[in-house]
Design a protein around this ligand. Structure first.
Ligand code: GRF
Length: 194
């Protein structure tokens, strides 16, 4: 933990694979006065992730592990996390599946954001499936990561209305905006209890 202006901030790592808009948003959030987290480390499995371009402009430590040899990579990652005294991991558009062993080591301390109203539409291509099924609502969910995909305890959800004009792209943009509000709120909610 890091003590900052009277409140203790939890040392947090963010795992990304792509654009990193949720990552950027969490970094911004971590710098606000009463934020319960400080972003100390970012991991990307993709060296071409857009999020990396942003990170290079910051002082935040980051590393690339491509997960081609997942067990080896996870061992090295766990060492880094231990060395840096990371207490919380936020998955933010991270497209790799973490092993049961890894999840056990961080039991209850890995969060994920998923662009649907879980338990509906777990997995990939969420918005496409939602539109195909003519759903009236979709949304986003922040949940604790357990050993089953997109199935851990839900911390918070936000419902989003789908208009007749929406396609998967417009819906994804609408939901992403809500994700940026939801992730910080969920962190506050979860961390106010510990
Ligand atoms: C988000 O919609 C997130 O819910 C999903 O992947 C997308 C990542 O977006 N898991 P970004 O990389 O944070 O911009």
């Amino acid at each position: 933990m890091v003590k900052s202006i009277g409140i203790r901030k939890l040392k947090t790592a963010i795992f990304i694979s792509g654009n990193g808009s949720n990552m950027k948003n969490l970094i911004r959030f971590s710098k606000t006065k009463n934020s319960p987290i400080v972003v100390d480390f970012v991991l990307s499995n993709n060296k071409k992730a857009n999020g990396i371009i942003h990170l290079k402009k910051t002082k935040i430590n980051f590393k690339i592990f491509n997960f081609k040899q997942r067990n080896n990579d996870e061992k090295k990652i766990l060492d880094i996390l231990e060395e840096r005294k990371i207490h919380l991991i936020c998955l933010a558009g991270f497209m790799k599946i973490l092993s049961k062993n890894f999840i056990k080591k961080f039991n209850g301390k890995i969060l994920n954001i998923h662009p649907s109203l879980l338990p509906k539409y777990k997995g990939l291509n969420t918005h496409e499936r939602v539109i195909l099924n003519n759903e009236k609502f979709s949304g986003c969910t922040v949940h604790i990561v357990n050993e089953r995909l997109d199935s851990g305890k839900i911390i918070l959800q936000k419902k989003v209305k789908i208009s007749k004009k929406d396609n998967s792209e417009t819906l994804s943009k609408k939901i992403l905006k809500q994700e940026h509000l939801l992730y910080p709120k969920a962190l506050r909610k979860m961390l106010s209890k510990i």
